[in-house]
Design a protein around this ligand. Structure first.
Ligand SMILES: *Cc1c(COP(=O)(O)O)cnc(C)c1O
Length: 468
């Protein structure tokens, strides 16, 4: 065992950093040859974990070796360019480096004093992305979150505080009556979780019907709000989605803003994945109205390929975060000015410097690098749609974003299973409305035209095998 097993000695550390760097680079070299998602049983996984015996400490290299081997064998590979997954992208190289640096320096972003560079960086990123979504600099505010779920929860809390000024002190008693939230069945389930966590309950979320292409029907929305008002309920928030998880559908945000303004209801836009389209001038039309939203959730850890654990909650109501979350902290003597210390304006307390992976990714790719990568993925989805249509599949969603939902004559579950079992690609069948459909999302910067063509070929083979 090492004399100082927590810090290790300088020679061991140098060997460790090198071993980790090489393991990552070897993985990137080999990942195309690995099964995108092997058939993994729980027993194999538990066996791998049993290799770590805390009574028999390992050398640093041996411990890393076991972990790398397990992750190569026992995880689906989102890094694989034919992982046409939900929104888990390949991570940027700069994001990986940033994660290591953040862990090494380990600043605590609870307060400005705990991490001046970290807190100011995240404020800068909030201003930058707020501006991108069209918020005026003087009113833009926001926080970095762990992801879209925390951002959506934060938005519901802001809506509660905005509507019921006594909410922080009295909770839902300040509401007195039943507050209601409006979303379609295609909204992310984290919306329902937010209603649970806030004590509103899932019954507070009213399901607004959709049109033929799964977008919120705003005429019915208006009618539902009036109905609730007449019944003595309090319409609290409307949640629109830019890029639904199932089919990449974009709700009619501008019309939803009209309804929200008419009735004095908070409008939240969940743009966790699709929000990145704001960086492409040719797709900006699809987000029309987002600048009028009271809040926006956006996940850099989705389409911007930043490693997991980096979301953004943006709002155009400066000051409201502090009014919602500021509860004081007797043990902190050096209080900063209002609107600065993250602990006083967000759900968490101790927090990592998640903004660094976004800062460094943007610093090296620049806006141009991201624009090129996003545009390429949008074009690859067009290639996929064309190829599938030519092959007799029917496309069943309509979106400018690179999510393709489609059906053929065969059972989608069996087709997906055959494709995934090949190890050559991974797709996800999803329930779209009441229909099970096949879904392929281009969300990996490494995907090429050949990868798209290979997916089309694998689907044709799966179809042929099923009809035998
Ligand atoms: C992924 C996603 C979420 C949840 O975000 P997490 O980062 O997983 O917490 C919410 N909404 C949409 C539209 C998403 O795609």
């Amino acid at each position: 065992m090492h004399a100082d097993p927590l810090h290790l000695d300088v020679g061991s550390r140098r060997r460790l950093w090198q071993a980790v760097g090489e393991a990552i680079e070897d993985y990137y070299r080999d990942v195309r040859q690995l099964d995108v998602c092997a058939d993994i049983g729980a027993e194999e996984v538990l066996d791998a974990i049993a290799g770590f015996d805390f009574d028999q400490p390992l050398s640093p290299e041996a411990a890393v070796g076991l972990a790398v081997d397990a992750m190569r064998r026992l995880e689906p590979h989102v890094m694989h360019p034919r992982h046409f997954g939900l929104f888990d992208p390949a991570p940027t190289a700069m994001g990986v480096a940033a994660e290591a640096l953040v862990a090494a320096f380990n600043p605590c972003l609870a307060s400005w004093a705990g991490s001046p560079f970290g807190v100011e960086t995240e404020r800068h990123l909030v201003r930058t992305f707020g501006g991108l979504f069209g918020y005026a600099p003087a009113s833009t505010d926001g926080v970095i979150t762990t992801g879209g779920s925390e951002a959506n929860l934060t938005a519901v809390l802001l809506a509660l505080r905005a509507r019921f000024p006594g909410y922080r002190e009295s909770g839902l008693l300040a509401a007195g009556r039943q507050p209601t939230i409006y979303a379609t069945r295609h909204a992310h389930p984290s919306t329902l979780k937010a209603s649970v966590v806030t004590g509103l309950g899932t019954a507070a979320v009213r399901q607004v019907p959709v049109d033929r292409m799964y977008r919120m029907d705003t005429a019915v929305l208006d009618h539902m709000i009036k109905e609730d008002l007449a019944a003595g309920r309090v319409p609290l928030a409307i949640i629109g989605t830019v890029g639904t998880t199932d089919a990449g559908v974009i709700d009619p945000i501008a019309e939803m803003c009209d309804a929200a303004e008419r009735h004095g209801v908070w409008l939240h836009v969940d743009a966790a994945w699709g929000g990145a389209a704001i960086m492409l001038p040719e797709l900006r039309y699809a987000l029309r109205g987002v600048d009028r939203a009271d809040s926006v959730a956006f996940d850099p850890h989705k389409w911007l390929s930043v490693p997991m654990g980096c979301g953004l909650l943006l709002t155009r109501h400066r000051g409201l975060l502090d009014q919602t979350f500021g509860v004081g902290a007797a043990f902190l003597t050096a209080g900063q000015e209002a609107g600065v210390d993250p602990h006083a304006r967000s759900i968490r307390w101790s927090r990592d410097f998640a903004g660094l992976k976004l800062l460094l990714s943007l610093a090296v790719a620049g806006w141009r690098g991201y624009e090129d990568a996003l545009r390429r993925q949008v074009r690859l989805a067009c290639r996929l749609r064309d190829g599938l249509t030519a092959d007799g599949w029917q496309i069943v969603n309509e979106t400018p974003l690179p999510v393709v939902c489609f059906v053929g004559d065969d059972d989608p579950a069996r087709v997906a299973e055959a494709v995934n079992r090949s190890g050559q690609a991974r797709i996800f069948p999803v329930l779209l409305g009441d229909q099970l459909v096949l879904r392929a999302c281009v969300t990996n910067y490494g995907t090429s035209e050949e990868d798209i063509d290979q997916l089309i070929k694998l689907l044709a083979q799966a179809r042929a095998a099923n009809s035998e």
